[in-house]
Each structure stands twice: as C-alpha cells, then as structure tokens.
Design a protein around this ligand. Structure first.
Ligand SMILES: Cc1ncc(COP(=O)(O)O)c(C=O)c1O
Length: 419
C-alpha cells in the first residue's frame, strides 16, 4: 500500500516539447464546458466545421466511401495512397495550372498530416520556418513538437491582412527551411493578389526555401476558385496541401493530399516525405475513394455553399462593424473573420473572450491563440451559423462589448488612481 502511494506521487515525466504545443481553438473548450455546466447555452464559434452547423457532405461522396467499404477496400493501401485518387489529384492540379504527376502526390489524413509530413521532412531541431501571424496554430504546434522554431512574419490588418513582403525578406536566414503561405487564409479570410503570390514565389526561388502552400480553402473564394499558387510559377519550390474537409464538406473523414511541385530541386524532399509516409502506413483507405469522386464528379454543392458563406460574411461584416469598439476587415473567402476590439490598456484578448463567453455563452477564439499580441484585441469568429442565429450572436456581442470596455476602463482607471 505504501509503495502504491509512493508511486502515485511520482508522476511519469512527459516530453519537454509538450509545453510548446498549444492549440487555442480546442483548449478554450474546457472553459466553455464549465459555462455550459452552469446552465448557459454555448454557441461554439471556435471550430471551422461546416457539418456542426448543418451543412451536409455531398451524397455521391458518401456513396463512394460506402461502396469502397462494401467492395472490400478495407485494408491498408500503398502508403502514398491509391493510384486512382492520386491520378485525380494530379489531374486536378494540372488542370488548374500546377502540372504534377501522380507520383508527386501523397494522400494524407487531412491537410494536417500533410503539413506534419512536410515539416518533418524539412526541419531539423533548431531550424527556422517562416509562419504568418496571425496563423493557423497547427504550424507552430508541429514545429514545437519537432524542436524547430517558428519565425513569425506579419500579416497587415491595415492592408486587408496581406503579408508584409519586406518582413519576410528580412526574416529569411541560412537556417530558414520553409515559408508557410495560407491563401485563402485562416484566420483572416484574406485572399492574396497574384502580384503578392508572384513576389512570394520569387523570394522562395531566390532563397531556395520551399513554400508550403496551404490551399485548403482554395475552392471557397467568393469571387471564384483560387488557382494553386504554383500555377504562377510551376518551377518554383512549392508543396501544395488540401483536403476534403472544407470545400467538400467531409472534415471528419481525414481525407487530404499534398503535391510536391515538379522542380528538380524538390526531389529529395519528395523522397523524404514518402519515407515518412511509409512509417504511418496510409491515410484512411475507404475515404481515399471519395477523393477520386470529389475531384472527378459533380461539384455543384460548392456554389451553394459559397453563396451561403457570402451571405454570412455580409451579415458578419455589417453587424461587427456596427458595434461600438469593434472593427473588422472584409473576408474574401472561407468562413472566418478576424475583428478587433479596442481594449483598454492592460486588458488582454483572452480576458475579453473569456468574459464574453461567461456573460453570453458566445465562444470565439482570442487572437493571441493565433500568435497575435494579446493587447491588440483581435479575435476570430467562425460564421457558419445560419444568418438568423448569427444575428442573435451579434446582438449578444453588441450588448456585451461596450459595457465590457467601459467597465474594464473604469476598473483600470481606479487601479491607476490608487497607485
Ligand atoms: C489553414 C488550415 N490548414 C489546415 C487545416 C486542417 O485541415 P484538415 O481537416 O484538412 O486537416 C485547417 C483547418 O481548419 C486550416 O484552417
């Protein structure tokens, strides 16, 4: 008994890298559960999952997966994925201007695993990877796991959240192993003009640093699909990533892919990614069959989805900008907006978001979870809810925010008057 108790008090140690692995989008849910337990209805605007908001996976994709299962495709596949789906991916990239062959394609468990394989193939401990701020947090989390360093370049809210090219040029060093470009962007909803994309490709080529082109929202541009970045220069060192999660409404299937550009200087990277892919056997097999169906059959669901997103973006922009103390840049794609609340000095974005959650049940993610300074007051809204529900949510935010700002400013004033 004594030995048992002694063992209980000696915790099994965990890797020190875990302390750098944070993922605010999911971490904040613990607080939301407490609010829910106290009887308040929580509106989860933290996760970009269209299914959670009533959108449906296209039936022909469900049929492709269930047919694959019925036909016995339930074993491991080749680690890079079935040829038929890789051909469909390669054909789709080639049609959209990024010529690749099926052997440059690897099927992955979502875009997420593609990102992990690519970073694992490129970055050693201590190496640097240029990551935007604000960023989709998986990049910094994976780099923490690898012991590599995320070096942050600035996306400029006063310029429609476009990347600051001079900042990128300044931050590249001999230790830089990759440049992450998320276009269309999460969390800002921005789309980059061709001139910016060309400049990024030139920086990558000049410095021999590959671009990790996260294009998971590429088909959700409000003004039409966005061509793969590498279509502007197929010889540039680029790895493109996407999946069925967003534009094909099947996030839980974990069906994604990456394509390594045709430039000869990417050959070792391709070999390294394929080697890492061998180690995890394969991505989910039956879902690979849905990739073929998604990229070769009817995509009319996308226009319906985009029309719904545009309507929600318009509601969000109008309602957020009408709130005293909040401003928001117009999103051009996907289902995210990144508004800014004017916080009194000394108050953080997390203070605001947690207070909003406790007072109203509305759950957003604070900007510092995407790497922004906590005092800047940015937060991310996922606007997939119906326009009716969005109006209710913005009523709650509008009722809460000016009061929060005034009370926070008054209590700060009282503190500084005393000190
Ligand atoms: C920019 C970005 N990249 C990657 C992912 C992960 O997507 P997947 O479900 O394909 O792994 C997301 C999910 O929200 C995302 O926003």
């Amino acid at each position: 008994m004594i030995a048992f108790l002694a063992n209980m008090s000696r915790m099994i140690p965990v890797s020190s890298r875990i302390s750098g692995f944070t993922y605010a989008i999911r971490n904040i849910v613990a607080e939301a559960r407490k609010v829910e337990a106290s009887g308040t209805r929580v509106r989860y605007l933290n996760i970009g999952d269209p299914i959670a908001f009533g959108f449906s996976t296209p039936p022909h994709l469900i049929e492709a997966v269930s047919r694959a299962m019925r036909d016995g495709h339930n074993g491991y596949t080749q680690s890079i994925g079935i040829l038929e789906a890789r051909e469909a991916v390669a054909h789709d990239f080639t049609r959209r201007g990024m010529p690749v062959s099926p052997d440059h394609v690897v099927l992955t468990s979502g875009t997420s695993e593609g990102i992990e394989l690519a970073l694992g193939a490129l970055a050693d401990e201590g190496d640097e990877v240029l990551v935007p701020v604000p960023t989709y947090p998986l990049y910094t989390a994976v780099l923490a796991k690898l012991g590599a360093r995320a070096v942050h370049y600035h996306l400029d809210p006063s310029n429609g959240w476009q990347p600051d090219l001079d900042d990128i040029r300044r931050l590249i060093t001999p230790a830089t192993r990759a440049l992450v470009v998320i276009d269309p962007n999460n969390p800002t909803g921005a789309v980059y003009p061709d001139a910016t994309r060309r400049a990024l490709l030139k920086i990558a080529s000049d410095h021999n640093v590959p671009i990790l082109a996260d294009e998971v929202y590429g088909e959700l541009g409000y003004n039409g699909p966005i061509a793969p970045m590498a279509s502007l220069d197929p010889e540039a060192p680029v790895i493109a990533f996407s999946s069925l999660s967003k534009a094909y409404l099947a996030p839980g299937w974990r069906a994604g892919w990456l394509a390594v550009g045709r430039s000869g200087r990417m050959n070792d990277v391709l070999v390294a990614i394929r080697k890492l892919a061998d180690g995890r056997l394969c991505s989910p097999g039956p879902m690979q069959h849905a990739i073929t169906a998604a990229l070769t059959m009817d995509r009319s669901h996308q226009q319906v989805f985009i029309d719904a997103l545009k309507e929600r973006a318009d509601v969000s922009l109008a309602r957020l900008n009408a709130i005293d103390g909040i401003t928001c840049v117009k999103p051009e794609s996907a289902f995210y907006a990144m508004p800014k609340v004017d916080l009194p000095a000394g108050v953080t974005d997390e203070d605001y978001i947690v207070s909003l959650l406790r007072a109203t049940g509305v759950l957003c993610v604070y900007g510092s979870g995407f790497g922004l300074p906590a005092e800047d007051g940015f937060f991310r809204v996922v606007f997939l809810a119906s326009p009716g529900e969005l109006h209710e949510i913005y009523d709650l935010i509008a009722g809460f925010t000016p009061r929060f700002i005034a009370e926070a400013a008054a209590s700060r004033g009282a503190v500084s008057a005393r000190s």
